[in-house]
Design a protein around this ligand. Structure first.
Ligand code: NAD
Length: 321
């Protein structure tokens, strides 16, 4: 079995590698060549931890496995990140373990790749202003990945905890984009693309604040009860997602569906746009939303890319088990 450490995964998998892996697996999901298994997530009643598995099989890519991990709120005090994950890959022909891969960097990389894939396929080609709602661990990765997809000329940002915004400003400066902290109404009025990546349980962006033609990648809502968007905004938009069943149960559309504003059949898998079986954006005025809920196949796809790159670089550790 090959072992790829957290450090090696971060060293060998570029944002571009993650983008390609995620775009390909979304395409495979829409062709039903790849599917996710039901997600397990449990409060274990110890250390306040949430622990679970995301798993799946990509027949097209020959990738079978799971991501195991969760959230340990006390980790920060121990000098560790609260979110912890590890990916295990298995040989689909024999069931033998193939690789164990550190999954913390890869989770951020695959989540950023997911919204970047949506920007590539759904944002207006002339998008110039990127709006960021959220400034936590994921936000910097999101900003970097988004900036590879359109010729943005500035970033406007808002965060519930304003003291976190300088972290995001550093990333914007690093990639040469002017950065301005604004209120949410001003953000909606200015932005052509908006990424929301918060742990909010209430709408952060209202229908009336968003201008025609905006693309929104809604990335924070990945659990029942979480919410980032006004359901009226979701109802007014054309909605795409990684996985419709997950979008309506733990993703952003859970609220608009519960309110009877949209149905699961109104939500299109982004893979259909990638494959060319759905046209995607249909006019310059349309508001598009990508509800990125985060699926196990994304984790497996980037972990497989990490294994290949680590082997090529001579950095994978081989052990007999
Ligand atoms: P983090 O803890 O580093 O940052 C949390 C962010 O949410 C910060 O910007 C914080 O200011 C904001 N926030 C906290 N409480 C808020 C509130 N009450 N209202 C509005 N904003 C609030 O977390 P992170 O690692 O950056 O993750 C952000 C979110 O993204 C989490 O909800 C996480 O579960 C989710 N996530 C989704 C995916 C996916 O695939 N879709 C992957 C990873 C993380």
């Amino acid at each position: 079995m090959l072992i790829v450490s957290e450090e090696t995964a971060a060293q060998v998998v570029t944002g571009e590698d993650a983008f390609t892996a995620v775009e390909n697996v979304f395409a495979a999901m829409a062709k039903e060549d790849a599917y996710n298994f039901p997600v397990i997530r449990e409060a274990i009643g110890y250390a306040d931890a949430l622990y679970g598995f995301k798993s799946g099989f990509d027949r097209a890519g020959g990738v079978l496995g799971l991501k195991s991990g969760g959230y340990w709120p006390g980790n920060m005090e121990k000098g560790l990140t609260n979110h912890q994950s590890t990916v295990f890959l298995f040989d689909p022909d024999t069931g033998r373990p193939h690789a164990m891969v550190g999954g913390n960097y890869l989770t951020a990389a695959r989540t950023a790749a997911s919204s970047a894939v949506s920007i590539k396929h759904l944002a207006r080609p002339d998008a110039k202003v990127l709006g960021m709602i959220g400034a936590g661990h994921q936000a910097g990765f999101q900003l970097r990945a988004a900036a590879t997809q359109r010729a943005f000329d500035r970033v406007v940002a808002w965060n519930y905890h304003p003291d976190m915004l300088p972290n995001l400003e550093k990333v914007a400066k690093d990639i040469g984009l002017p950065f301005e902290a604004v209120d949410r109404e001003a953000l909606g009025a200015a932005a052509d693309v908006i990424i929301s990546i918060t742990s909010s349980f209430e709408p952060q962006l209202m229908r009336d604040w968003v201008k025609a033609g905006t693309h929104i990648a809604c990335m924070g809502t990945d659990t029942k009860g979480k919410q980032e968007l006004d359901p009226a905004l979701v109802a007014a938009a054309t909605v795409f997602t990684d996985e419709p069943a997950q979008s309506v149960s733990i993703g952003e559309t859970q609220h608009a569906v519960a309110a009877g504003l949209i149905a699961e059949t109104d939500i299109t898998p982004i893979g259909a746009v990638i494959n060319g079986t759905h046209p995607g954006r249909s006019s310059d005025d349309e508001i598009t939303i990508f509800d990125g809920t985060g699926v196990g196949l994304q984790d497996l796809a980037v972990a497989a890319a990490a294994v290949d790159a680590a082997v090529a670089a001579g950095l994978a550790i081989d052990v007999e088990i």
